[in-house]
Design a protein around this ligand. Structure first.
Ligand code: C5P
Length: 240
């Protein structure tokens, strides 16, 4: 083992409004099989042996409600709730500020990926423990992806990307704590994921195989799929 040897913590940005899912409660508080997405996501992280603490960034006006919600559900780790920020990046930054000194590995996981298998959490944590400073789970891309640009009022294709070299990246993304904190401190613009900040800071990011079940619940169809996956797991006797 060449990586850090302390405690791993989960960081869960859960302060988004989730507008693409339609009107209603903040996305993290929408239920899946009767349990909020956030609770699924926190439980999945806490189920990993390496994880002893999970810090959740909640919508600022919902901190007390989220705290009460997490108290009502059994979670196999200590859970701290902080107020999130106006962007995902700011929410992660606020959660990082609440980590205890013993934490040297951080797993950042979107509340919007409630069904991530614990095996994937373990795989990401193990890769950081074995020396990778930053780790993302990635899956091959099924669709052909084209770069586009507006031309004379319509959208035109500029380029077709080589699909074999593309990966759709998921969470949890794992980091050495010092690497992630430095990347956030150096960030000037917003990035859509934490590894993007490490890349911009010149750091290397390792890809490990992702999981189809770690998909992000963004649109109403994703909720239907998530309900089906959860129903299958429950039928197979897995608790969730
Ligand atoms: O909007 P998107 O689906 O990319 O959000 C990814 C994750 O970031 C979600 O779990 C969402 O709750 C979180 N987020 C946040 N603070 C924000 C915006 C999004 O914690 N201001």
């Amino acid at each position: 083992m060449t990586g850090p040897a302390g405690t791993a913590a989960g960081v869960v940005p859960a302060a988004g409004r989730g507008e693409r899912l339609g009107a209603g409660a903040p996305k993290a508080l929408r239920t899946l099989g009767g349990v909020p997405l956030l609770v699924h996501a926190v439980r999945a992280l806490a189920a990993a042996r390496a994880v002893g603490l999970v810090v959740v960034a909640a919508p600022p006006e919902d901190v007390a409600q989220v705290r009460a919600l997490l108290d009502d559900h059994e979670v196999a780790a200590e859970v701290v709730v902080v107020a999130g920020g106006a962007t995902r990046q700011e929410s992660v930054r606020r959660a990082l500020a609440a980590l205890t000194p013993d934490v040297d590995v951080v797993l950042v996981h979107d509340a919007a990926r409630p069904l991530v298998p614990v095996e994937l959490v373990d795989r990401v944590a193990a890769a950081v423990r074995h020396g990778a400073p930053a780790v993302v789970p990635g899956l091959p891309v099924a669709d052909t992806v084209k770069r586009v640009a507006p031309v004379d009022g319509s959208e035109q294709v500029v380029e077709t990307l080589d699909r074999s070299a593309l990966r759709a990246v998921q969470t949890p993304q794992g980091f050495r704590r010092d690497v992630l904190e430095a990347a956030h401190a150096a960030a000037t613009d917003d990035a859509t994921d934490d590894a993007g900040l490490v890349e911009r800071a010149g750091g290397s990011v390792t890809v490990v195989p992702g999981s189809e079940e770690a998909f992000k619940v963004t649109r109403p169809l994703d909720l239907l799929l998530a309900e089906a996956v959860l129903a299958r797991r429950r039928a197979n006797g897995s608790l969730q």
